[in-house]
Design a protein around this ligand. Structure first.
Ligand code: UD1
Ligand code: UDP
Length: 396
């Protein structure tokens, strides 16, 4: 018999937390801790999209997370979107069939998140999307495709802000929306204090506070030769204009790979330009961030963290799905031209760090886990869940 979904009677009162990439591990950490604190049964499923020690295991150590119960080790061999996503979906489906959780939580917009949501949805499990409702309206971005699709197949939509909720309402999504804040606030506020005690990154690099921190890894930026060259040229001009400020660059493996493939390595070796580092752990990164004069980035999570920790941020993109950080006054869009980046940096360096944090109060995980626990206790008894179950029962 071809069983294609897990019926309600066969589901265990248990939550599956899917992670696959660096930011998912960081943003799920507060949820994992809260599930433990409230004694809600759960397990972690690592979809294996990120696998290098400093993109993966390092974060389990820094955030003191339990090891995943299941880890999809084969995914690293798959590098194109469809093949990577297919491999993750297949592996996640196997695990979900075996473990039969009632609720599957995914976070963000990476392929791992999308794979988890689709695999769980097709099995008839309750999908909870943490960080629902973000929209860049930039249809070049894989993350935008993923966000839209995940939001439309999730039943629990944990929107970080009211704007995210409005985005979901405009699209008439099916799931139940609640505004919870973003778990990145919980993670960064808790760990920045730990980092102050434990991290030795400033000593080991010999950096004095006030430097410029740089991260860059978006596909549209680094897989495009002209964009990548343009950003590196911006760094060259910044080091001329702000000669006393080192640019500290913990580089994502994707970026290092593309710099090599495009023959742009020479840009990194010019004297007085970048201080290239391997990706650093979470505690070290938070230390680098709070001691920076400004951060230049195309990262989603770093735009949020910079806003929360009041570090001026220059986003090297044409748009952002985190406009709240710009409205708050902590972030500015610079595009990727050297002129744009230089002007934006000039505006943000020395900016008064007095903006309000729009991403929540650090109790996001508590709200999410309370809602999830409620669903578990009612064995999936939210209204749309009941409709879903009826539809499923009709299919048996
Ligand atoms: C992915 C997400 C992106 C997220 C980012 C977080 C998608 C479509 N993209 O992008 O939204 O912002 O993660 O960092 O899901 N690599 C390693 N070691 C690793 C991971 C990656 O060497 O642990 C290298 C490999 O060469 C790999 C490349 O980086 O092919 C890209 O990795 P991939 O996971 O496909 O995309 P990211 O750029 O990391
Ligand atoms: N980060 C880190 N070390 C680094 C670079 C980033 O710990 O060298 C953390 C950062 O604090 C943030 C997250 O990684 O929480 C952001 O991940 P990334 O920029 O890869 O992905 P995005 O948020 O854009 O999806």
């Amino acid at each position: 018999m071809d069983i294609k979904f897990v019926s309600r009677e066969r589901r265990a009162r248990r939550v599956c937390v899917v992670v696959g990439t660096r930011p998912e591990i960081i943003k799920m950490a507060p949820v994992v801790k809260e599930l433990s604190r409230r004694d809600v049964p759960f397990f972690i499923l690592h979809a294996g999209q990120h696998y290098s020690f400093n993109m993966d295991r390092q974060f389990f150590e820094d955030l003191e997370l339990p090891a995943p119960l299941h880890h999809l080790e084969e995914v690293r061999r798959h590098t194109t979107h469809a093949s990577q996503t297919a491999e993750m979906m297949r592996g996640i489906e196997d695990v979900l069939f075996k473990e039969r959780p009632s609720v599957v939580l995914v976070c963000g917009d990476a392929n791992a998140c999308f794979s988890g949501a689709v695999a769980a949805r097709k099995l008839g499990l309750v999908v909870g999307h943490i960080e629902a409702g973000l929209r860049s309206h930039d249809w070049r971005m894989s993350e935008e495709h993923n966000r839209v699709m995940i939001d439309h197949i999730s039943e629990l939509l944990f929107a970080p802000t009211e704007r995210a909720r409005q985005n979901l309402l405009k699209e008439s999504v099916n799931g139940e929306i609640s505004v919870t804040g973003n778990t990145v606030v919980d993670a960064s506020l808790e760990h920045v204090e730990i980092a102050r005690g434990k991290s030795r990154i400033l000593e080991s690099t010999g950096l004095e506070p006030g430097y410029i921190l740089l991260t860059m890894h978006r596909e549209e930026n680094v897989d495009d030769y002209l964009n990548l060259r343009s950003v590196l040229e911006a760094m060259r001009r910044i080091s001329r204009r702000f000669a006393d400020l080192p640019i500290v660059f913990p580089a994502h493996p994707r970026t290092v790979k593309r710099i090599g493939q495009f023959g742009l390595g020479g840009e990194l070796k010019r004297p007085g330009t970048l201080r290239l580092l391997a990706p650093v752990g979470y505690l070290d990164f938070l230390m680098l961030l709070v001691n920076a004069g400004a951060v230049l980035t195309d990262s989603g999570g770093i735009q949020e963290e910079a806003c929360v920790l009041r570090v001026p941020c220059v986003t090297m993109r044409e748009n952002t799905e985190r406009p709240e950080s710009i409205e708050a006054g902590g972030n500015i869009l610079a595009g990727t031209s050297p002129e744009g980046i230089l002007v934006a940096l000039g505006q943000m360096l020395g900016k008064k760090r007095d903006w309000a944090n729009p991403f929540g109060d650090g109790k996001t995980a508590e709200r999410i886990v309370r809602a999830v626990d409620c669903v578990l206790k009612e064995s999936g008894g939210i209204p749309c869940r009941r409709r879903m179950d009826k539809a499923m029962e009709a299919l048996i």
